[in-house]
Design a protein around this ligand. Structure first.
Ligand SMILES: [Ca+2]
Ligand SMILES: [Ca+2]
Length: 211
């Protein structure tokens, strides 16, 4: 009887031990959290170029063209809620829920590995083109966080067609929007109109290409 109890306890300990082993150090999509620095309800727009010459997340735009900090901070935790340090930046990236944002080389990865507190961030200008007004998903090892449904960050770029280079093709699309109906893709400073200010972004971007 005593032996059975001891065996039972040992089995329990093994099960609990293996459960803890299974989650310790492995990112948990619910325990991990991501926030945008700007805490308001408005969408923030980040202007990017394929050569990284666009705007940092700290210099994103609010509707109306005012500046806001759209830095994304991710705190990576395992299933026990313990921060995961040293997680490789290549395995954490952001993407548009509609797949609109096109990052050079595939993924818009985090700026660095997670630190001792399990924290990493996106603040440097992206190497990216194309556009999306959909929610931004924070991805860990290929899956979106489940602790939020996405962040209110849109992206546009003088690389309007998202082929990795800004050239006359993009200029053609921009001209259509300049003289046609409003389109977010060409409203680079997010002030609600497409005019000479956006044309400045366009002309400065000509020639920018993915590395
Ligand atoms: Ca292009
Ligand atoms: Ca504008």
């Amino acid at each position: 009887m005593l032996l059975r109890k001891i065996m039972g306890l040992a089995v329990c300990a093994m099960i609990i031990g293996s459960a803890a082993f299974a989650v310790a150090g492995v990112p948990d999509l619910q325990q991990s959290t991501a926030v945008r620095a700007y805490g308001g309800v408005e969408t923030t727009s980040v202007y990017s170029l394929p050569n990284g010459g666009g705007r940092a997340f700290t210099a994103a735009f609010l509707p109306g063209g005012l500046a806001a900090d759209a830095t994304v901070t991710l705190t990576l935790r395992d299933g026990l809620g313990v921060p995961i340090a040293g997680f490789p930046f290549q395995d954490m990236w952001i993407e548009s829920a509609d797949g609109g944002l096109q990052a050079c080389g595939g993924n818009a990865t985090a700026n660095q590995n997670t630190d001792v507190n399990g924290v990493t961030f996106w603040t440097n200008p992206l190497f990216a083109g194309d556009q999306s007004a959909a929610l931004t998903l924070v991805m860990v090892s290929g899956d979106p966080l489940t602790s939020n449904s996405g962040l209110l960050i849109s992206f546009n770029s003088a690389d309007i067609n998202g082929d990795g280079v800004v050239n006359l093709s993009d200029g053609g699309f921009f001209t259509q929007d300049l003289f046609g109906a409003y389109s977010y893709r060409s409203d680079f400073n997010y002030d609600g109109v497409i005019n000479v200010s956006d044309a400045g972004f366009m002309s400065n971007g000509i020639g920018a290409a993915c590395p």
